[in-house]
Design a protein around this ligand. Sequence first.
Ligand SMILES: [Mn+2]
Length: 369
Amino acid sequence: MKKESGVMGNSGAEHKQTALLETLLRERSGERHAVILQDFPDPDALSCGFAYRCIAAAWGIDVDILYGGRISHQENIAMVNLLNIPVSLFDNHEFPKGYYQGSVFVDGQGTTSSLVDRLTRAEIPVLAVVDHHAPQEKLKPLFADLRPAVGACASIFVDYLQGGLLPLVSKPEHRYLATALMHGIISETGALIEAQAQDFTAAAYLQPFCDRDLLNEILHQQRSQKVMEVIRLALENRVIRSGFCITGVGYLRAADRDALPQAADFLLTEETVHTVIVFGIVQGDKEEIHGSLRTTRLSLSPDQFLKDALGRMDGGSYYGGGKARAGGFEIPLGFLAGQDDPELAKLKWETFNAKIQKKFLTKIGAEDQ
Ligand SMILES: [Mn+2]
């Protein structure tokens, strides 16, 4: 199905991107594509995957939205359920050869997905990368649209909709899509505080189609008991130095991993605290330390702070990184991984806790001078 492109909204370079994507979709009509999200998909990524699926449907392209990790934040689970976003966990198996004719990366460039190597092994070509992070140059797609100046990747997809790839009309499917994209933009830009002009333009376009009641329901999910428990531990164990709050919460299940950023968000509301770091040992298929950083301090770059404080692992990649106001890190436990008897588990936690605290306190001490 051919659509009129360039109806309104975008211009210049962006208009050209919409036209290029349309050409790709036309040439790929009738195929089956896999949209690859990051392993722990956030609302921005989920809404972009959903948008690609809806757009591509008009060219008879079937799209599966896949991720390799976990959706654990109760808001994100609610988003998927309430807006009927067909997203699937693709865990420990290989891609069947020939099943997908191409992959599409949204809100990431393959550096945050564990599926990339398996896609390569199955010889599935990377068709498109649409993202708002700085260029990573890991993938070689046929079509790339990278706009680091835009607050949310969802706003780039709204640009495609508005540019004529899928003009919204009032019907239930479009209501779900518009609400998903609106939620993506709101959550990615700190309730629009970090939003750029293009994010506001996108939100304005979505507004008439967006379902306010559903959005409210997604945004007001209650915290689980486990999250409350992690917040309690985080409060009890916190150490505060020069406005930095550092806290370790011990062991937690992979399903509860998202309690870490939630505890960090909560601790950031304490007066005099400008930066929070919460970490714990996450137990799933493998045992790893995961941590979250949140800051309100404009002069602090979470990416640089975590890279400086924790350094690199043997292979050369950094343990942590981030974007404006938020960051995260993952430290494999190597030989010490694996679940032990309580005595050994306690010793292990105490050792890692002390070591990580020390790394951060040293970095903070250095910052203070
Ligand atoms: Mn994003």
